[in-house]
Design a protein around this ligand. Sequence first.
Ligand SMILES: *Cc1c(COP(=O)(O)O)cnc(C)c1O
Length: 403
Amino acid sequence: MTRPRDRDAERRWRPDTQAVRGGLERSPFGETSEALHLTSGFVYGSADEAFGAFSGDNDHHRYTRLGNPTLDVLEERLALLEGGEAARTTASGMSAVFNALASMLRAGDRVVASRALFGSCFQVLTTILPRWGVVTDLIDGHDLAQWEAALARPAKVVFFETPSNPMQELVDVTAVCDLAHAAGARVIVDNIFATPVLQRPLDLGADVVVYSTTKHMDGHGRTLGGAIIGPAAYVESELNPLLQHTGPTMSPFSAWVVLKGLETLRMRVERMTASALDLAGWLETQPGVRAVRHPWLASHPQHALARAQMSGGGSIVTFELDGGRERAFALLDALRLIDLSNNLGDSRSLAIHPATTTHLRIGAQERERTGISEGVIRLSIGLEDVEDLRDDLATALSAASAR
Ligand SMILES: *Cc1c(COP(=O)(O)O)cnc(C)c1O
């Protein structure tokens, strides 16, 4: 027999303890590490037990689309880390975003969202949800006056990323949540750039937080996954029916990999954040670099807000080169250590040209409105020695300025 779980104690643990032990439910074998229940179904000891599982008289698992012990551990751990009551996992970050929105919206409803969005989030709001009669008003999320104007009318959902991908615009979470609630809307925050290590939107007034676990939570570039965290009543009565019947289920294998990632999340995010800030400050001094965006730089237009609602600036550095696409491509092609890839939050540092990749589909007009010029490069800083990263960037910068 293993020790019984003490769920109240798990709630009181500090985040570093929750990240390693939260939600851990050992099997009768008493394994040290979380068990991987890679199974689609479950067997019953009797017909009566099966009846009880389906009628809700017992909590026997039935089918992994409806729930799985490995997914349960990850969901409980994520809820603890985020300070939320309940969590559900999904097959990708985008299925978390879509299902969080779909669980709250009906035909005729109105969404207000910040226009500085990840490319696929933009598509969901502007091309997919309108097919079901949901309209979205996009505003400049860094400008509180625009939130005030948009939320002077009723809305059902407010959606934003902070910091945003890739320009790292911030939204004042507390102020916008107050406005949203007064307008009758619930607030969904995409907290992927910050992670729960650097920012906890539920503590700031948000209703629901969504993640791509693909990013820092896996942290080693292996699996796709997502998560939705919020009030237990919402998860139970609005989210669960949608997920269970439509089936965007995370693989238990991916969940097991993410559980291992969570154990080192804080150490990795803190180290990557320190390296990112170091490189961001250095990039600001380099010739040919027009602007650098990182929330912890004093030059960030919302630096004071960053300090107030985050505990660190994050692992992403966005910068703009003079000379547009030609120089940006020259720099990317001259990198020898940092990989060219559109993923982020990986232990390996990655670089990408958003205007021609992740943000190609939003179109030139939206790119211009959100400041994604042809000279912009997004860096996701990993765990390598920061001096090797600086050397690689220095070589690539001189190659670009020779163009
Ligand atoms: C990656 C990302 C997503 C989507 O996550 P996937 O796991 O790729 O589906 C959504 N929002 C932001 C800000 C992201 O960076």
